[in-house]
Design a protein. Structure first.
Lengths: 260, 196
């Protein structure tokens, strides 16, 4: 009995990482994914901020799930989430100002990131505290993993560097961690790249490259998922949308509209 | 005057909310399948953006005067959510025609990052009231332009033979990449016209 419970808790954590990856499988939080992945470090920073907000808000919402009346639950969730976003914003501004500049407006916009409100509505509002915390952690790790993958690729192709600026994140742990490692510049390590006039494809760190990379990554995941017998990733249907209860654009109505 | 024209051009072309700032991607991908829904959504977004900027500007002044600027995120999202809810109720009761045209999109706009985004951007850039309003209008129009253009692109996509794994979302994203790339051609237009 106890073992079974442990297994199910473990599942709450792992499902978010691959099987229900919020970015690549559930297609949530697209705005932030596209905007901040111009480098690995920005993706990682955004991911960490989202993990903190997601775990904290999931825990608090789960604790309050019996106290919040059903009718006002969405505004109540939004307040809890906004409070944690403000805390994270302050911490980032104080300790990692470089990251605050890089993420810019997308740091406060975590409030309207559909992953967080979506998990509150779909999971934390109905489940006990520990499971909700693990669900938040798993989803957050999945989000971070997807962002880091995209960031790594876009940075490598778009500016010819790997993990550039990582010291700004590491500086939380003290000065010159890992001997002051601050990423690799391919053009310094391999000078012959320049002789062959191999320039980085700047397009990939521009907005257009973000759309392109995300599209191709999505196609690859679809292919892998089909090999495992899973469905293709589609835009979130009404079941996944946190606003479903307030929305009147139900699929059958859209269908009617289409045939009329 | 020059500055206002620059703001409009930035919102529409060079700093387009969807295509270069990545704000409001969810409705961009979700509601752009048909031209009339895309236009309806855009109209609702422009309307809510202007209204929330008008309401949030004085509130922000109050917060800043009382050293409460750290409450901005919480207050703005609450004000926008309450405003949208209020607007929906009023429209339902007194403006039936408008409600039928825009009403269904309103609840979705509460959690749209473009609306909160434009309010925060206005504050971050330190725009005064008329500048904020023009910037919101430009952002909304840019949102609409991208939505409507993309609805056309998607209409074309549907009749094509697409590789199996690119079908659906991936090919939509790649098409968006091309639309975004074409908007890159406008960069420098504001400096070129000597507006900034």
């Amino acid at each position: 009995m106890k073992k079974q419970k442990k297994n199910s808790l473990c599942k709450e954590f792992t499902k978010g990482i691959i099987k229900q990856n919020p970015v690549l499988r559930l297609v949530l939080g697209t705005c932030a994914t596209l905007a901040v992945t111009t480098s690995f470090v920005n993706g990682l920073g955004m991911g960490l901020a989202v993990i903190v907000v997601l775990v904290c808000s999931n825990v608090v919402i789960s604790l309050l799930r019996k106290a919040i009346p059903n009718k006002v639950r969405i505004p109540a969730y939004v307040i809890v989430i906004a409070a944690f976003v403000t805390i994270v914003q302050m911490i980032v501004k104080a300790y990692v100002p470089v990251l605050d500049e890089a993420l810019g407006i997308f740091l406060p916009l975590i409030v309207v990131n559909c992953i967080i409100l979506g998990r509150a509505e779909a999971f934390a509002g109905k489940n006990p505290v520990l499971a909700s915390a693990l669900d938040g952690l798993g989803m957050g790790v999945g989000f971070t993993a997807a962002l880091c993958t995209m960031g790594l690729f876009r940075e490598l192709v778009g500016s010819g560097t790997i993990l550039s600026g990582i010291q700004s994140l590491l500086s939380i742990f003290g000065d010159n961690v890992f001997g002051g490692f601050n990423g690799i510049d391919l053009y310094e390590v391999f000078p012959w790249l320049e002789k062959l006039s191999l320039q980085p494809i700047t397009l990939f760190i521009l907005p257009s490259g973000g759309f392109f990379t995300f599209g191709v990554l999505m196609a690859i995941t679809n292919r892998l998922a089909e090999g495992k017998g899973e469905k293709k990733a589609e835009l979130p249907d009404c079941a996944a949308c946190p606003m479903a209860s307030a929305c009147r654009m139900k699929p059958e109505e859209q269908h009617k509209e289409g045939t009329a | 005057m020059k500055f206002y024209i620059a703001l409009l051009l930035m919102g529409l072309l060079t700093q387009n909310f969807i295509l270069s700032k990545f704000l409001g991607i969810c409705p961009f991908l979700g509601v752009s399948k048909k031209l009339n829904t895309a236009a309806g959504m855009s109209a609702a977004v422009i309307f809510v953006m202007l209204l929330s900027t008008a309401v949030c500007y004085p509130i922000n002044l109050f917060l800043e005067n009382h050293d409460l600027a750290y409450l901005q995120t919480i207050v703005f999202i609450l004000v926008i959510a309450a405003l949208v809810q209020f607007l929906e109720t009023v429209m339902k009761k007194y403006m039936k025609a408008l409600y039928q045209a825009l009403g269904i999109y309103l609840p979705l706009i509460t959690t749209n990052c473009a609306v909160l985004g434009v309010v925060i951007l206005n504050v971050d850039n330190g725009y005064n009231f008329p500048q904020s309003m023009v910037n919101s209008l430009a952002a909304g129009l840019g949102f609409g332009l991208a939505m409507i253009l993309f609805a056309g692109v998607r209409g074309r996509l549907e009749n094509n033979d697409i590789p199996k794994f690119m079908e659906g979302l991936p090919v939509t994203l790649v098409a968006a990449a091309l639309v975004s790339l074409s908007f890159l051609g406008f960069s420098g237009i504001i400096e070129g016209m000597g507006l900034l």
